[in-house]
Design a protein around this ligand. Structure first.
Ligand code: NAP
Length: 299
């Protein structure tokens, strides 16, 4: 398969690259050359013509993995049009290109499509109700993709992504923990962190899987995050514990920490579907955080 991966400089894009570069035989004798990684300098999702130009000047891809997105949740409140172009209209265009060329498409979406008011684990079939601009554009992208590409695409909803790369909660806490004696972190938003390397592994497992490769499937949504249930406050405490940083973490409420974009209260997702269909093994958030922190310590 000739595989195009967008968002090469983002957390997930870099994590996929890292695995592909270190494991030259990604199943079924795929070599490094099967993967083409692109950033916004090659394929700018904010521009319809850049997308058309890129695909008309490159040979057909068998699979597109769309890791690029407008991910700045608060800034999206001010940049709704740009967020909508990247997270919705560009996804629709990618789906249309993939459909015309009979390529497959794996697209990444978010737990934030839900309003977070449920006290149960969210299923893929639950009704979304996004509560901020970012999430509305991500949901619009999902819906457009499903309409344009009813077959051969796969949407993975993930949550609280962190990694060794780019900006994320773990790296922010490590920085703040070194600068301050105390940090206040919200304790009433509950979710599951996702180590980008684990999600990258899961994606590479999926594309090796017979069910993905051999059978024309209706487009499906799958939930994926690490196992476990925590608040941002508990997450921060564990980060400092592992990094041996002596910084006090004080729990605060969402109300005490107002942000431009509203955040859902509880976005825990049920992951049985991805586990069952693709035989994906999911690590607990604590062991994955430990792995990431061990790598960060060596940097
Ligand atoms: N981060 C989270 O907590 C989280 C949670 C749930 C779901 N997700 C979803 O997971 C996926 C991967 O997220 P991530 O954490 O890896 O995101 P990320 O680190 O912010 O990376 C996103 C990438 O998209 C690229 N991008 C932005 N605008 C672009 C444009 N106009 N054209 C082309 N590329 C553009 C960025 O390029 P530059 O590097 O040049 O800026 C960046 O490399 C996204 O779909 C996101 O919505 C993320």
């Amino acid at each position: 398969m000739r595989i195009l991966v967008t968002g090469k400089n983002g957390q997930l894009g870099r994590s996929i690259q890292n695995i592909v570069n270190t494991d030259t035989k990604i199943g079924n004798n795929q070599s490094l050359n099967d993967f083409i990684f692109v950033g916004r300098e090659d394929l700018d999702l904010s521009s319809k013509s850049s997308i058309s130009y890129y695909f008309s000047n490159n040979d057909k891809f068998d699979l597109i993995i769309n890791c690029a997105a407008y991910t700045q949740v608060d800034r999206a409140e001010q940049e709704a049009e740009l967020a909508n172009q990247i997270n919705h209209l560009a996804v629709k265009q990618l789906a249309s290109i993939a459909s015309n060329k009979q390529s497959r498409l794996i697209h990444i979406s978010t737990d934030y499509v839900f309003d977070g008011e449920s006290n149960k684990l969210y299923l893929e079939t639950d009704t979304p109700n996004p509560i901020n601009v970012y999430s509305r554009t991500k949901l619009a992208g999902e819906k457009a993709l499903q309409t344009v590409m009813p077959m051969n695409a796969l949407i993975i909803r993930t949550s609280w992504v962190y990694s060794e790369y780019h900006n994320n909660f773990v790296k922010t806490m490590l920085r703040l923990g070194k600068e301050r004696d105390e940090v206040s972190v919200v304790s009433d938003q509950i979710g599951s962190p996702t180590y980008a390397a684990d999600l990258a592994d899961a994606i590479l497992e999926i594309i090796k899987h017979k069910k993905f490769r051999d059978v024309a499937q209706t487009t499906q949504i799958y939930n994926y995050s690490n196992e476990g249930k925590i608040s941002w406050y508990e997450f921060a405490k564990e980060i400092f514990k592992l990094a041996e940083i002596d910084c006090k973490v004080s729990p605060i409420t969402t109300q005490q920490y107002p942000t431009p974009a509203k955040r859902p209260r509880n976005t825990l997702m049920k992951k049985d579907k991805i586990v069952k269909v693709f035989n994906i093994k999911i690590s607990h958030w604590k062991s994955s955080l430990n792995t990431c922190m061990t790598i960060l310590k060596k940097q």
